[in-house]
Design a protein around this ligand. Structure first.
Ligand SMILES: *[C@@H]1O[C@H](CO)[C@@H](O)[C@H](O)[C@H]1NC(C)=O
Ligand SMILES: *[C@@H]1O[C@H](CO)[C@@H](O)[C@H](O)[C@H]1NC(C)=O
Ligand SMILES: *[C@@H]1O[C@H](CO)[C@@H](O)[C@H](O)[C@H]1NC(C)=O
Ligand SMILES: *[C@@H]1O[C@H](CO)[C@@H](O)[C@H](O)[C@H]1NC(C)=O
Ligand SMILES: *[C@@H]1O[C@H](CO)[C@@H](O)[C@H](O)[C@H]1NC(C)=O
Ligand SMILES: *[C@@H]1O[C@H](CO)[C@@H](O)[C@H](O)[C@H]1NC(C)=O
Ligand SMILES: *[C@@H]1O[C@H](CO)[C@@H](O)[C@H](O)[C@H]1NC(C)=O
Length: 923
């Protein structure tokens, strides 16, 4: 206690000395390194030096003109200076306005900056967790990231590396309806040399921190930043690693000149390694909300002890089972090496650093950076247009979505505003439609400042006064609609002239009476004529325009309806299902000759289905397909076979194997499906080959959830609904490195009509072990029969065992007995080696038992199964995640995750080698 007190006193006196220094420099805003440090919500004109970094901070008052300052509550304020920077003492909240922006200037255009926004709620509003908020951050007009402040007491940080195109940068907070009041605690800008992070080369692409971790320190709360890192990056400890071994040195770890990352020695001096013979693994998930984003990973490595001649640390780096870095790699003694590169196109990025056979030491990793690439190519609207339109908004009190930049981002384009987006210059406002907005009073002169305006529609308002002369001065104005207002006076000659010359389409109908009635006597006749002349010109012009547009539309419509360009599968009534659209094929009719070509004369058989042999083929564009032929001996008739084909055309879902096309050519008939590269779930669970790693619990859960969603879709979303009738692990196919799962062979399904009956009583083609026991008494199948079969699938997933065990015991009976005694360990597949969240496994086991109840009425519906599986997946992921200790919620949702792997020998599945932007720094 007393020791702490004395430290604080010492700090305080230093602080007082530095304060005067800060006040002098507050105007200049940046210290000598060009750092700009803004404490949001602190009183105007105030400034101080932070006691941890010794960097000067200033109030945000000069950078923002909206929002309300708050202090965080007393109980949270106690943490400040002890645990957290003073920055977090206060904040600015934005209860009004959809988008509020900080404008930070002056900056040097074309400079690379690290921009960091920080957030600590600290119960400033007395609402506790009820006051938490989710909102978006924008960098200028570009989306940066979503901020989800999910804890009152943990700070949240968002960081982006970007090239600033102008002499200022805007950081905007964009609220989301019903998700709380946006707020911000601090804004920090750190210029970076051009040589750092060269993947960010210009302002069109930036990168946001997904995670930046220091590995190996024994203090999990350690934060390394300025001055240890001269660029003031924040390095948090990747903590709670399961069995990684920390190692460290006190010797300095250097980096070469022109190093792309300049990892600070303090970070590189500690590292994590693993036990001999093990590989070092970590992974992260793509953002749930946008799986298309690219990531950039940097793996920092340096040898910390001098190795003797008989020792060697050589490793290979794999990503999602493919070799990521092309050569075996040895970290250098006390020199920072980094392997970095873009990683894309997956939903989970799983890295593995493996020792090579001749390595005597296990792999090591000193630090890790993961970034998400953020496109930032959009530019802000022309400044003159912005101030004019803001004035117009205020004058007419326009209540639309008119907040922030009028033209950008394009998704937030203001209602009624149209813009021209040029490549080399700022967007301009080119059209303004304020028709029927209840505008009253006169036409504002501010319109004359919108100098790029081409189309102005003020029709059907209650505008009064004279039609102003200045409208004729707008150089590009081509269409002016003033119909249905209450103008009086005459139409300005200049406007009439432009209209008569054909340069302007002028519409002023329904103003005529008011204009003529209110005419001063002397000009009445003249203006009436003017109006009529204008009216006639307008009518003729409008007619011409209408005819031209109508012709164009008709032509367009015709092309759209042309059967030759229309997909044949247009009949699916549920195609608007968000999930259903991603993998759409046109159902195509193949000739037998074509099938022969695409399968290279039925060269490669990949299995045997209910109808006959299945062959691998490639479409003209190289897309692999599975061709299911109908064999002569097949019990199913040709017509039945093709009826199924037509039936399937309308079924499209992310988790159902897609029908690409079919063939009926004389004797021959076949169905062509999308090809699933990873085989089926049954093989994955049973086969134990060296190149086939056992599925993790997480993978099993994902596969189960995917297939449950496919079945749910068949049951509920298809019209008429379908019963699969042959749900089994062999009918769950897997694709790609993520093992995306899809249900296959629902070709056996028969449509059943919900209105008449909830079951079908036709011939069953089920599989022993999976068949609903009720069927033996009722000879009827319903959706609940699929639920039963799916319950068996879940039991296989948990246990890794087949439905009929070798000792001829049914899996349900076997599992029920053990689970009834609370004995889950003896049930769970040994191949998972205990690596799962117990609650998650219990939940699935329990769900499987409910699905396999004897009485179908007691089984859940597929929709319920989906919900339960999602919860299980959350349990598992909640358990696996590791958070940085500084924020509690990580940076963004960038939660690194780490685990130790199985023996390193189970490694080399060949896979896609990713594009590397750079390898280890060359010397
Ligand atoms: C925050 O606290 C400081 C002193 O602790 C006080 O001067 C300031 O007015 C407070 N700000 C607000 C917005 O209450
Ligand atoms: C915010 O995070 C919390 C907890 O991490 C989560 O439950 C919630 O769904 C998130 N909200 C949004 C809108 O993403
Ligand atoms: C920005 O850099 C990328 C490559 O890093 C390049 O393809 C692109 O053309 C550049 N854009 C501009 C506007 O210079
Ligand atoms: C370095 O390792 C030693 C021994 O394992 C440990 O006592 C020490 O705390 C470590 N230092 C750091 C900075 O992690
Ligand atoms: C090298 O170091 C290892 C471990 O420190 C030791 O076991 C081995 O004997 C050393 N070999 C030589 C040749 O010095
Ligand atoms: C170690 O083995 C790798 C192949 O696994 C080989 O490329 C490398 O040259 C070997 N290194 C040494 C020092 O033997
Ligand atoms: C409109 O343009 C004039 C002349 O260029 C300028 O003085 C005025 O400030 C502008 N008004 C607004 C609101 O931008």
């Amino acid at each position: 206690m007393s020791r702490q007190g004395s430290v604080r006193t010492a700090v305080f006196s230093l602080f007082s000395i530095c304060f005067a220094h800060v006040v002098l420099h507050a105007r200049a805003q940046a210290n000598t390194r060009g750092f700009i440090s803004i404490d949001c919500g602190s009183p105007p004109g105030s400034g101080y030096v932070d006691v941890v970094t010794w960097l000067p901070y200033v109030s945000d008052a000069q950078f923002v003109d909206a929002g309300v300052s708050h202090n965080i509550s007393a109980e949270h304020a106690d943490m400040i200076d002890l645990k957290l920077p003073r920055l977090y003492n206060d904040l600015r909240s934005f209860p009004t306005g959809a988008r509020n922006c900080y404008t930070v200037r002056p900056l040097t255009p074309g400079t690379k900056y690290l921009v960091r926004a920080t957030f600590l709620h600290g119960n400033y509003d007395g609402l506790g967790p009820g006051g938490l908020a989710v909102f978006d951050l924008h960098l200028g007009v570009n989306f940066w990231q979503t901020v989800n402040v999910s804890s009152v007491s943990d700070p949240f940080q968002a960081e982006i590396i970007t090239v600033v195109p102008d002499d200022y940068v805007q950081v905007c907070l964009v609220g989301k309806k019903g998700l709380g009041t946006p707020f911000i605690s601090g804004l920090e800008l750190r210029p970076l040399p051009d040589t750092l992070y060269t993947v960010v080369a210009n302002s069109s692409l930036s990168m946001a921190v997904h995670g930046r971790y220091n590995l190996g320190p024994d203090d999990e709360k350690l934060i390394i930043r300025y001055p240890s890192d001269p660029h003031d990056r924040i390095w948090k400890v990747l903590a709670n690693l399961r069995s990684w071994n920390p190692t460290n040195t006190t010797g300095t770890v250097r980096y070469i000149a022109q190093d792309q990352f300049e990892a600070p020695s303090a970070v590189m001096q500690t590292a994590a390694t693993v036990d001999d013979g093990f590989s070092l693994r970590f992974y992260w998930d793509a953002y749930e909300s946008n799986k298309e984003l690219d990531y950039f990973a940097v793996l920092h490595m340096a040898e910390l002890t001098r190795l003797n001649s008989s020792e060697a640390r050589i490793c290979e780096i794999y990503l999602n089972n493919g070799l990521w870095y092309s050569k075996p790699f040895s970290p250098e003694f006390r020199y920072a090496n980094a392997v970095s590169g873009m990683v894309t196109g997956s939903t989970e990025y799983s890295f593995r650093i493996e020792p090579t056979a001749n390595s005597t030491l296990p792999p090591l990793l000193n630090a890790l950076e993961i970034y998400v690439m953020v496109p930032t190519a959009e530019r802000a609207t022309d400044g003159g247009d912005v101030s004019a339109i803001m004035g117009i908004k205020a004058k007419y009190e326009i209540k639309k979505n008119w907040m922030g930049d009028p033209c950008g981002p394009k998704v937030y384009l203001w209602d009624g505003v149209g813009c021209n987006y040029a490549i080399s210059s700022a967007p301009r406002i080119t059209s303004l439609n304020l028709s029927s907005n209840g505008l009253d009073g006169e036409i504002t002169t501010l319109l004359s400042n919108l100098t790029a305006l081409q189309n102005l529609d003020l029709s059907h308002n209650i505008l009064t006064g004279k039609i102003p002369e200045f409208l004729a001065q707008l150089p590009s104005l081509a269409i002016l609609d003033l119909t249905g207002n209450k103008f009086n006076g005459s139409v300005p000659e200049s406007l009439l002239k432009r209209s008569q010359e054909g340069a302007l389409l002028l519409r002023i109908e329904a103003n005529i009476s008011s204009i003529s009635n209110n005419q001063p006597k002397g000009t009445k006749r003249n203006s009436n004529t003017a109006v009529i002349v204008a009216g006639v010109a307008v009518v003729v012009f409008v007619l011409v325009v209408v005819v031209v547009i109508a012709t164009l539309c008709l032509r367009r419509r015709r092309t759209e309806n042309d059967p030759s360009v229309r997909p044949l599968n247009g009949s699916n009534s549920k195609e608007d299902d968000g999930d259903a659209v991603s993998m759409q094929f046109d159902n195509r009719q193949f000739s037998y000759k074509e099938l022969k070509t695409i399968t290279n004369s039925f060269e490669k058989s990949i299995g045997k289905g209910g109808f006959g042999v299945v062959y691998l083929g490639y479409l003209e564009d190289g897309t692999p397909v599975a061709v299911k032929t109908r064999s002569e001996s097949s019990s199913q008739g040709v017509n039945e076979f093709l009826a199924e084909a037509l039936h399937l055309i309308r079924v499209h879902h992310r988790n159902l194997v897609n029908l690409v096309g079919h063939c009926k050519d004389g004797q021959h008939s076949a169905l062509v499906y999308e090809y699933m590269s990873e085989g089926n779930l049954q093989e994955k669970l049973r086969e134990k080959t060296p190149e086939c790693l056992p599925l993790t619990w997480r993978q099993r859960l994902r596969i189960s959830l995917d297939s449950a969603q496919g079945l749910e879709y068949l049951h509920k979303a298809c019209t008429p609904p379908l019963i699969h009738r042959d749900v089994k692990t062999a009918n769950i196919l897997l694709n790609g490195s993520n093992l995306d799962a899809k249900i296959a062979d629902f070709g056996l399904s028969k449509a059943f009509n919900n209105d008449l009956q909830s079951h079908v009583s036709t011939r069953v083609v089920g599989t022993p072990g999976y068949l609903d026991p009720e069927y033996y008494t009722s000879f009827q199948l319903s959706e609940k029969s699929d639920v039963y079969s799916f319950g068996i699938v879940l039991l296989e997933v948990v246990t890794g065992r087949p439905p009929i065990l070798p000792e001829s015991v049914h899996i349900v009976q076997w599992a029920r007995q053990r689970l009834a005694k609370g004995d889950i360990e003896s049930v769970v597949d040994d191949n998972m080696q205990g690596r799962y969240d117990l609650n998650s496994v219990w939940k699935v086991a329990d769900l499987a038992l409910r699905c396999t109840e004897q009485a179908s009425s007691q089984r859940p519906a597929m929709a319920d199964v989906v919900v339960q599986l999602k919860e299980s997946l959350e349990l598992e992921e909640g358990c696996e995640r590791v958070h940085g200790s500084y924020t509690g919620s990580g940076s963004g949702s960038g939660d690194g995750y780490a685990e130790r792997s199985d023996a390193a020998s189970q490694s080399t599945q060949s896979g896609r080698v990713l594009d590397l932007v750079s390898g280890p720094a060359a010397r």
